[in-house]
Ligand binder design. Structure first.
Ligand code: NAP
Length: 493
């Protein structure tokens, strides 16, 4: 093709074929927004048989979201029907299912289709699924979730336990809990929600704590029928509430990146008062008192955890686990805690992202090579050698205590602008420059020491160097960055 013909070809608008990977919160969002923007040729690949992502996988008793429901909703699909300020998991799952149906997303989804590889060849992505289905697309949106792959502890004798044992995200609903002797390993958000929900059902609950957590007290009132009716009658009030909550979380998010901010002092004071005022036994209180600052680990929010752990049938076990035996958990003081059921609320592999998918970009570079020693992405969205490949809630983005829906909506708005470049024919391939990504990463690392996440705790935020793999700037900056891609940060071919 001569230069003139090539230029004509490049300038011609062209229909794009796209793939979205995952039909959780971010995948449903992508399908809706792609449709609204007039992209008609796309498929959402979902490995499971239904939508909902983390809300489909997590079904443990007590599951809820600690972002208020009126904020943890798509900004364009607010609902007056939330039952509680922090609604339970099944209700959130039902919300995503309903939105997917109402926005006609279902017909774009291929269920039971796990994408196993994406290979960039001749300017397009070759996609393959576990079932052998193949597709060729111009661009990919990976909406594969953050906390997705369970992290199992490495404790001696795990396989010898004779009772029921499972990870919190793989709940076995066939196991009877009423009257059982239940053990829970872990004290993160998951375990705390579970303890409150189960302590009144089981005969005995043993919570194996390796590290104490600060707990932010948070009431969870039900919305009355009158309140719901008022929201139904006045959609503007609903919008206003969403906007107010977003502003409030923005203030918190701006504070979390500065350990000395007034917001962090307020959080510290509230958590401390919660502990001092609500735990009566001084020995238990000291066991529950963390040795690091509040919000260093992902802040745990609960209205009733301290009440639950003080129930006569609850025990906080802090001696450290020696091994697991057929009859229960043996702690380092030699004691055997006999159990019928053992739940591993031990968290997730937070650095997996879209892995174990095999991804091969320009020049045969694999994701494993690109992310060795650790995941990196420009503004958490794109990687230099992976043209036309975009991530929602990817590495080093804002994943702290705020609405990942808001984060994904902002990121998708940015991605849509890049897709528009491809569709208009302005370019065939878009990817961030290595210089832009390295500059972002250097600035990110320079901002980390000021944040509360490095004030002396271990958490899933930390990478292999102990550096938090999260957005260390204000949320306002994130919003600004997401307004439009910076011309100089990208290579448009
Ligand atoms: P997590 O915060 O990573 O907590 C894992 C817990 O397991 C920690 O207490 C950890 O102890 C403990 N643990 C891990 N390995 C252990 C071992 N070998 N022996 C003893 N203890 C061990 O996991 P998560 O509670 O599932 O929560 C993960 C994230 O999911 C949360 O931070 C949050 O972002 C999200 N989440 C959100 C909600 C919500 O309401 N929005 C609810 C649940 C989860 P150490 O502290 O000592 O490491």
């Amino acid at each position: 093709m001569d230069e003139r013909a090539r230029q004509d070809d490049l300038d011609a608008p062209r229909p794009l074929r796209l793939a979205v990977i995952g039909a959780g919160m971010a995948g449903i969002l992508s399908a809706i927004k792609l449709g609204e923007a007039g992209f008609t040729d796309f498929t959402v690949y979902e490995k499971a048989s239904s939508v909902g992502g983390t809300w489909r996988e997590n079904t443990y008793p007590g599951l809820s979201c600690d972002v208020p429901s009126h904020l943890y909703s798509y900004s364009f699909a607010l609902t007056p029907e939330w039952s509680h300020r922090y609604s339970p998991g099944p209700e959130i799952r039902a919300y995503f299912e309903r939105v997917a149906r109402e926005y006609d997303v279902m017909r774009s989804i291929r269920f039971g289709e796990e994408v196993t590889s994406c290979r960039f060849a001749n300017g397009r992505w070759q996609i393959e699924t576990a079932r052998g289905h193949r597709d060729e697309v111009d661009a990919v949106i990976a909406a594969t979730g953050v906390l997705h792959h369970p992290k199992l502890p490495d404790i001696d004798g795990m396989e010898s336990f004779s009772g029921a044992m499972f990870h919190s995200a793989r709940w076995d609903h066939s196991v009877a809990l009423d009257g059982a002797r239940l053990g829970i390993i872990g004290t993160g958000s998951t375990a705390v929600q579970m303890v409150s929900a189960l302590v009144h059902r089981v005969a005995r609950l043993s919570l194996f704590q390796r590290t104490a957590q600060w707990v932010m007290p948070q009431e969870n009132p039900e919305f009355t029928e009158e309140e719901k009716a008022a929201f139904r009658a006045d959609p503007a009030a609903l919008l206003g509430l969403h906007a107010d909550l977003s502003k409030m979380f923005g203030v918190f998010a701006n504070g979390i990146v500065d350990a000395e901010s007034p917001q962090m002092k307020m959080v510290q004071a509230a958590c401390l008062a919660n502990l001092e005022d609500n735990v009566r036994d001084p020995v238990l209180r000291e066991k529950l008192r963390p040795s690091y600052r509040a919000a260093c680990k992902r802040l745990v929010i609960s209205p009733d955890f301290y009440d639950a752990i003080q129930q006569p049938n609850a025990a906080l076990v802090t001696e450290g686990i020696e091994r697991i035996e057929p009859r229960g958990v043996r702690t380092r003081d030699g004691r055997l805690h006999e159990l019928d059921v053992l739940v591993l609320a031990t968290g997730f592999k937070a650095d997996a992202f879209m892995r174990p998918m095999r991804i091969t970009g320009r020049g045969g570079m694999t994701l494993e090579q690109l992310w060795n020693p650790r995941p990196e992405a420009y503004l958490s969205i794109s990687v230099p050698e992976l043209p036309n490949f975009f991530m929602l809630n990817g590495p080093n983005g804002p994943v702290g205590n705020f609405s990942l829906i808001e984060v994904a909506e902002l990121q998708l708005g940015y991605i849509m602008q890049l897709l528009e470049r491809l569709r208009s024919g302005a370019c065939r391939e878009v990817s961030p420059t290595r210089t832009a990504m390295e500059a972002f990463e250097a600035e990110r690392e320079a901002a980390i020491p000021k944040t509360v996440w490095v004030t002396g705790c271990r958490s899933w935020y930390l990478d292999d160097r102990g550096i938090p793999a999260v957005w260390p700037f204000t949320f306002d900056r994130f919003r600004d960055e997401m307004r439009a891609p910076a011309e100089t940060a990208f290579e448009f071919r």
